[in-house]
Ligand binder design. Structure first.
Ligand SMILES: NC(=O)c1ccc[n+]([C@@H]2O[C@H](COP(=O)([O-])OP(=O)(O)OC[C@H]3O[C@@H](n4cnc5c(N)ncnc54)[C@H](OP(=O)(O)O)[C@@H]3O)[C@@H](O)[C@H]2O)c1
Length: 348
């Protein structure tokens, strides 16, 4: 196959030159690619397949990979990253995110957890390290929606700040370039922004056409934090524990289908394109070459029209898919308690 060359690195002939993929500027001056590849196999796709996909996705032009220790595949992705770097991709041209899992919020846990991710990923530093959830509540891989940790705790700002101070420390130690949050709410972000010495560079949050979170999105952007949108396609293969009968399906929305037909793309690609044009960084997961390539390609293809963007804004259904039930900390709670819907941190 005839191939383009980026620096000394070969890109598949039908791929996208990574230099052409738009980047977003962070407050630090760093530039993050406007799309990343998700690596959570949803308890269904093996780590080996995900790790192999990282290599082939790099061959079509991906440079941004969204990892997490809880996905239990960082040791395999690390082999792929090492191969990519040996093949000539410069470390500074990659953007690698990892996340602190919930059972490592303790006083002496953050540095070793970060070091373990670095070792597994075979890297000297991470571009971004996120606190995966603001709850220190462990749940076992593959558990179902009723699973509860008997030691589960609510969000307590004072405790979160102890974790955050360690996050700041790993920046000072040079282990990570940026730190950030995930699954936060405005009531939790406000005191963090007040108390942080290093404010979050990015906030990872669920974002797709049926769940646009406009208030949180605006809050984050207004505070100079870059929003990273997870489950940008509405996570059609998400684990059972994250599925309820009320959930809606973005890719079956008549408007999304109509736009996709006009553009001759899969409805998933319309979701990705909308995310990028709105301003968040989508991190779609796929192990299917045709699919992850079309997600990347849409970053350099014609824009959705203003009418498309306005029409998609109007189909928001406030439909949260990743509700987080397994993090609840006492009986008779509902998942809404995790998300501070009353505008205040839900009391313990
Ligand atoms: N911070 C957090 O708490 C959190 C939570 C959830 C997810 N995440 C991150 O976000 C990433 C993405 O979220 P997600 O995996 O939940 O859902 P998603 O990206 O919305 O959906 C992934 C699914 O969409 C399909 N797909 C992707 N591109 C497609 C295309 N062009 N055409 C048709 N189908 C397509 C994939 O199937 P194929 O493989 O068949 O293409 C896959 O099953 C995760 O991998 C993870 O890195 C973070």
């Amino acid at each position: 196959m005839k191939a383009m060359r980026e620096n000394m690195v070969t890109i598949d002939s039908d791929g996208v030159d990574p230099d052409l993929v738009p980047k977003k500027l962070l407050d630090s001056g760093a530039r993050i690619p406007c799309i990343g590849l998700g690596t959570f196999g949803s308890d269904k796709i093996s780590g080996e397949v995900v790790a192999e996909t990282v290599k082939s996705a790099a061959a079509v032009g991906y440079r941004h990979f969204d990892c997490a220790s809880v996905y239990a595949n960082e040791h395999l992705i690390g082999e792929s990253l090492q191969d990519l770097i040996r093949s000539g991709i410069r470390r500074e041209d990659l953007w690698i995110t990892s996340k602190l899992w919930n059972d490592n919020h303790g006083k002496h846990d953050v540095i070793p957890a970060c070091e373990k991710s670095l070792k597994d990923l075979r890297l000297d530093f991470l571009d971004l390290y996120l606190v995966h959830w603001p709850f220190p509540n462990y749940h076992p891989p593959g558990c179902d929606v009723t699973s509860r940790n008997p030691d589960a705790k609510p969000y307590i700002h004072e405790n979160f700040m102890k974790t955050w101070r360690q996050m700041e420390k790993i920046v000072d130690m040079g282990l990570v370039k940026h730190i950030g949050t995930s699954n936060m709410t405005i009531p939790k972000l406000k005191p963090l922004l007040r108390d942080a010495e290093i404010k979050p560079a990015c906030n990872q949050m669920e974002l797709h056409p049926h769940f646009q979170q406009p208030e949180l999105y605006d809050f984050v952007v207004d505070n100079g934090i870059v929003p990273i949108g997870y489950s940008p396609i509405g996570s059609p293969n998400r684990p059972e524990r994250d599925t309820t009968p009320e959930d809606t399906v973005d890719t079956e929305d008549p408007l999304i289908i109509r736009i996709a037909e006009r553009l001759n793309v899969h409805p998933a690609v319309v979701c990705v394109k909308w995310a990028i044009q709105r301003g968040q960084i989508p991190i779609p997961f796929s192990t299917n070459r045709r699919n992850y390539l079309s997600n990347l390609r849409c970053t350099v293809q014609a824009s959705l029209t203003d009418d498309d963007m306005q029409a998609i804004e109007s189909i928001d259904k406030n439909c949260r898919l990743i509700k987080g039930q397994v993090f609840l900390w006492k009986d008779n709670q509902s998942w809404e308690d995790l998300w501070d819907l009353d505008g205040e941190i839900t009391p313990p």
